[in-house]
Design a protein around this ligand. Structure first.
Ligand SMILES: [Ca+2]
Ligand SMILES: [Ca+2]
Length: 184
């Protein structure tokens, strides 16, 4: 059974290959235009910067160069229960200098479409064992977001050679470029 985390809690990930599932529901009728949320990961070194530019894995760069991280593709609507987008991680392939994987969700063209996380419901991040499908952990974002257009759902980091997940749930008004400015 999955462990349900609260904001700020941490939990070990004891699986060499795991999948990060992200889900959300939106109400496009409230804004009149399509609502597209995007999951992205920033693969960072000890200095909290991208290991290299192409370690920014998102809908236009689905694989990290070491082959450890795979984004399974862009979901354009968020319709339905369960994971809307997924990122697979294979720790056996991960580059030695990687110490953190930061997972964010942004709203595509949020400003032009006048959309924000105040209109997003049922958002969660979960991690399961890719090989067995067994649930490891889940974090449902219960925060009442309003003007935020980007949210860091969680981060996975290496400590004493073990990998752990932290439920972050911190939003901001901005987009992918702002995270790139921070991590590049
Ligand atoms: Ca998307
Ligand atoms: Ca959904």
């Amino acid at each position: 059974m999955a462990i349900n985390l609260q904001k700020g809690q941490r939990e070990a990930i004891n699986a060499p290959r795991f999948t990060i599932g992200l889900g959300w529901d939106t109400n496009s009728s409230s804004t009149g235009s399509a609502f597209d949320l995007d999951a992205s990961v920033f693969v960072l070194g000890d200095n909290k910067r991208l290991v290299a530019d192409d370690y920014f894995v998102f809908y236009n760069n689905l694989h990290s160069p070491d082959g450890a991280i795979e984004h399974t593709g862009d979901n354009l609507t968020g319709d339905g229960d369960g994971d809307d987008e997924q990122v697979k991680v294979d720790l056996s392939k991960i580059a030695a200098q990687v110490s953190e994987i930061c997972i964010v969700v942004t709203i595509h063209e949020a400003e032009a479409r006048r959309q924000n996380f105040g209109q997003v419901r049922n958002s969660f991040i979960r991690i399961f064992d890719t090989a067995t499908g067994a649930d490891i952990l889940k974090y449902e974002l219960e925060e009442d977001f309003s003007i935020e257009t980007a949210v860091e759902f969680g981060r996975i980091y290496k400590k004493d050679n073990n990998w752990k997940f932290e439920a972050v749930g911190v939003g901001m008004k901005g987009g992918l470029q702002d995270y790139l400015n921070k991590y590049q």
